[in-house]
Design a protein around this ligand. Structure first.
Ligand SMILES: [Zn+2]
Length: 278
């Protein structure tokens, strides 16, 4: 086995539920580029062909201040990546993620650049690494910095969903380099990487309560007892039960609180529209 493979395997074999760092440094931040990887034209990213299981394989690009996007991305409907099934769509935690980020390359909508990733991977974990690259280029505005940048989804065995994404970057003009493994995880949710089935969803607290009747009972109890609520700290809404409105909320804004309903209201929270009508 190649040394590079051995290093990567150590990351995909980790127990994901025990991770304390979702974007650990790989190989002392030294990318695995070979000479031929540098034979690529600035402004023309190369997206890799899908692998033998028809899974997205990422891409490589030279990023510079000329390739950074100058526009704020409007939400477009991106092509479905290979392996995007109804089950994955219905899980509501996966997104059509760009390997080479739009903000870095100003290119989008190439199907081979899109893979299945969680919202947390897309908007937080990868975003932080992409920012490092973008900021390095921007803060060195007197030097023309070109960065060779490669993003490769890493799949364990025959899984349809990558365990993580390897991001490698190396400046052609300075010493800057990074090599990071970004785990494809969603906070409070455990899912199967084989097909995207949800194994455990701890975002809602009352999964066990089924049906409207149960919710009504719960609502009566909330009047004067300490009870578990799910609150959105950003919108200051509270939910009773496993509310569909929580599906689209960034998990980092979701908190579970055991308290009296009155004290939530006293603290500026109001009941969610949907929960109020149950
Ligand atoms: Zn609600």
């Amino acid at each position: 086995m190649k040394n590079e493979e051995k290093i990567i395997n150590e990351f995909i074999d980790k127990d994901i539920s025990k991770l304390d760092n979702y974007a650990p440094i790989v190989n002392n931040n030294k990318p695995f580029f070979k000479e031929k990887d540098f034979e690529i034209t600035e402004g023309i990213p190369k997206y890799f062909e899908p692998d033998e299981l028809n899974r997205a394989s990422g891409g490589i690009a030279i990023i510079s201040k000329n390739t950074l996007s100058i526009m704020v991305e409007k939400h477009l409907k991106y092509p479905d990546p290979n392996g995007w099934t109804e089950k994955i769509n219905n899980a509501k935690i996966f997104q059509r993620c760009h390997a080479i980020a739009y903000r870095l390359s100003a290119k989008k909508n190439d199907k081979n650049n899109i893979f299945i990733g969680t919202e947390y991977l897309n908007k937080t974990i990868m975003n932080n690494v992409e920012s490092e690259v973008e900021q390095y280029i921007k803060k060195n505005k007197d030097n023309y910095i070109r960065i060779l940048y490669r993003v490769v989804p890493i799949y364990k065995s025959k899984n349809q969903i990558p365990t993580g994404i390897l991001i490698e970057a190396k400046s052609l003009d300075t010493e800057f380099a990074l090599c990071r493994f970004c785990y494809n995880v969603e906070k409070k949710i455990i899912f199967k990487y084989s097909d995207g089935s949800i194994i455990k969803d701890s975002r809602g607290i009352m999964k066990q309560m089924k049906g409207i009747q149960a919710s009504v009972e719960k609502k009566i109890q909330t009047k004067n007892k300490n009870i578990d609520f799910v609150v959105n700290s950003q919108t200051k809404k509270y939910h009773i039960g496993n509310c569909k409105m929580l599906n689209n909320v960034d998990p980092k804004n979701i908190k579970e609180i055991t308290t009296k309903e009155k004290s939530l209201i006293d603290n500026g929270y109001s009941v969610c529209k949907v929960c109020n009508n149950i």
